[in-house]
Design a protein around this ligand. Structure first.
Ligand code: 3NM
Length: 223
C-alpha cells in the first residue's frame, strides 16, 4: 500500500484500533477480523504490557494480523519497533516521545511510510512535525488502564491548543475513549479516535466497533 495523502490519512484516522494479544479476551485474529467487519479504518499492532509475546510468537502474530489487514485494505502500523516495521514492510510506525525520533525513522523507512508520533504539548507537536511526522497521537484524553506509563490525563486541551496555534497536521485522540465520551474529541478538532479496550476488550467486538463507526461517521458527515 502506498502512503496516503493527508486527506486520505485523516479518513484512516477516524476509527483507529490499537491492539496486541494482552488486550484481547478472544484470539487476536478473531478480534481484528470482527473489528474490521464493524468498521475500523486503521490498525496498530502494539504488543506491550504484562504477558506480551516475544521472539517468534511476537513476529508470527504480527505477520498474521498484517495479513488480515492486507486482505481488507486496512493499513497496518507497528508500534515502536522499527526492525519489525522494516521486516514486515508495514505501512507505518507509531512512536512515543521516548522512542527513536521521527527524522531517524524516516531516514530508515523512506518517504513511502506513515509515521505517527505521540505528542502532549504544542512544543512536542512542533518538534514531531519538524522531524517529519505524518500524524500525531494526542493523549491520554481520559483515564486509561491500558497503558501503565501513560502521562497525566489532559482532556481535549492539547487538541484545542494545537488548533489555536494553527497546527493542522492530522490528529487522533487516545486514552480511555469509548462511545459515550468520544464526541468532545472530534468537536475539539481531532480527525478520529484511537482505542484499545473500547473494541479489543469487548465481548461483542463487532457490535462495539459498529457503534463507534456510526458515531464517528455521523460526526464527520455533519461537520
Ligand atoms: N497511548 P484504551 S493512552 C496506547 O496517552 C495508549 O499516548 C496513550 O487504551 C497515550 O483505549 C493508550 O483502552 C492506551 O484506554 C489506550
Amino acid at each position: 500500500m502506498s502512503k496516503p495523502d493527508q486527506h486520505q490519512l485523516r479518513q484512516y484516522l477516524r476509527l483507529y484500533l490499537v491492539m496486541g494479544s494482552v488486550n484481547c479476551t478472544q484470539p487476536p485474529e478473531e478480534v481484528l477480523t470482527s473489528a474490521i467487519t464493524g468498521g475500523i479504518t486503521l490498525f496498530q499492532f502494539r504488543e506491550k504490557g504484562v504477558g506480551a509475546l516475544t521472539g517468534q510468537a511476537y513476529y508470527q502474530l504480527a505477520e498474521s494480523l498484517q495479513q488480515i489487514c492486507r486482505e481488507h485494505k486496512i493499513p497496518f502500523i507497528v508500534n515502536d519497533d522499527i526492525e519489525l516495521a522494516i521486516a514486515l514492510d508495514a505501512d507505518g510506525i507509531h512512536v512515543g516521545q521516548e522512542d527513536i525520533p521521527a527524522d531517524q525513522i524516516r531516514a530508515r523507512l523512506g518517504q513511502n511510510k506513515m509515521i505517527g508520533v505521540s505528542a502532549h504539548s504544542v512544543a512536542e507537536a512542533r518538534q514531531a512535525i519538524q522531524d517529519g511526522a505524518d500524524y500525531l497521537g494526542i493523549g491520554p484524553i481520559y483515564p486509561t488502564t491500558s497503558k501503565a506509563d501513560a502521562e497525566a490525563v489532559q482532556g481535549t486541551r492539547t487538541i484545542t491548543a494545537l488548533k489555536n496555534h494553527q497546527i493542522h497536521i492530522p490528529l487522533v485522540g487516545i486514552g480511555g475513549i469509548h462511545a459515550d465520551n468520544a464526541e468532545p474529541i472530534l468537536t475539539a478538532g481531532a480527525d478520529g479516535i484511537a482505542v484499545i479496550s473500547a473494541i479489543a476488550g469487548q465481548n461483542n467486538v463487532e457490535q462495539a466497533t459498529e457503534r463507534l463507526n456510526t458515531l464517528t461517521k455521523h460526526f464527520i458527515a455533519n461537520q
